[in-house]
Design a protein around this ligand. Structure first.
Ligand code: MN
Ligand code: MN
Length: 308
């Protein structure tokens, strides 16, 4: 059997972690010997899910073996991936993000503009007539709930809602609220988190033309927690700008319940960019970005247009 490593993005979230596990199951059906990996630590939402549903945690790593084939899930940009990305032999890619992927050899690629990588995987299972067990359905459902913020994010497609309903039946999940709210609460339990980790909890570095921008998204049921640590966050912003060679850095504190985004911005020049991009004032390093809850569809895309 051909060996393959399946890996999600840096600062792993529920979708990339559980999709790596689900993709391994898919690849086993295609006669691969597949192993899931995650880059760095687990987020608390994912930790809650692994414990609650008794799922083995993928192996934690920063680099992958270059002699073994690689499948990327839930990302395709080198700046968000494994340290030794340029040496990898990527033969599979399943994702739902914009493409910034260059390749020297052909590979299997499946990318769709739907709300989670797990939604894409659901379709792949169906197309290959692979039976979806109750446990796999729970994993898929968790990814959809996490990435779509229980359907509140504008990334949620009609197809995702249909898939959710199908998965609910297989997973024996009665209401989405009962299933998803404990996930969101687990994710919001951040009292013991060092401020550097708080910023990078769900964090991505984007390259927009020549500009490198770090965008953190702290999705929480308790926004005062992140906002209350603004001063510490601002200090860390400066050191991250240096160490990650960034032109700009922001942290969006997203109130999941009320669908509100309050964004922390570092200095006056970043503030000026932010206020130009979203046409909002910045006061005391804070900007009200209203109901922009999706980094992909409502934040990063605006940056891409602005820095074009
Ligand atoms: Mn993700
Ligand atoms: Mn995702």
């Amino acid at each position: 059997m051909t060996k393959i490593s399946v890996v999600g993005h840096q600062n792993p979230d529920t979708d990339c972690t559980l999709s790596a596990i689900i993709m391994c199951e898919y690849l086993w059906h295609k006669w691969y010997s597949a192993t899931p990996y995650i880059l760095w630590w687990l987020n608390k939402e994912t930790e809650y899910l692994l414990e609650k549903y008794d799922i083995d945690c993928p192996k934690q790593t920063e680099e992958l073996d270059t002699d073994i084939q690689v499948c990327l899930v839930d990302h395709n940009e080198s700046s968000q991936s494994v340290k030794n990305f340029s040496d990898l032999n990527v033969t599979w890619l399943v994702d739902h993000h914009k493409m910034k992927f260059e390749t020297e050899s052909p590979l299997y690629i499946r990318v769709e503009p739907i709300c989670s990588t797990a939604s894409v995987l659901y379709k792949m299972f169906r197309e290959s007539s692979i039976e979806i067990s109750q446990k796999t359905a729970i994993l898929m459902l968790a990814c959809i709930m996490s990435d779509s913020l229980m359907w509140k994010s504008p990334t949620t497609a009609e197809e995702d809602k249909k898939i959710t309903r199908e998965l609910q039946k297989i997973a024996w999940v009665q209401t989405l609220e009962d299933f998803a709210m404990p996930m969101f609460e687990a994710k919001s339990d951040l009292w013991d988190m060092p401020v550097n980790d708080l910023i990078q909890y769900d964090y991505k570095i984007f390259e927009f033309g020549a500009k490198r921008v770090g965008i953190g998204s702290l999705e929480t049921t308790n926004p005062s927690y992140g906002l209350g640590r603004k001063q510490e966050i601002l200090v860390w912003f400066e050191s991250l700008k240096q160490s990650q060679n960034l032109d700009m850095i922001i942290l969006c504190v997203v109130d999941i319940i009320n669908e509100k985004n309050t964004t922390i911005v570092s200095d006056w020049s970043d503030a000026e960019h932010l206020s130009n991009i979203f046409d909002v004032p910045v006061n005391n390093n804070l900007a009200n970005l209203w109901n922009r809850v999706s980094r992909k569809k409502q934040i990063a895309n605006e940056f891409a247009v602005y820095f074009k």
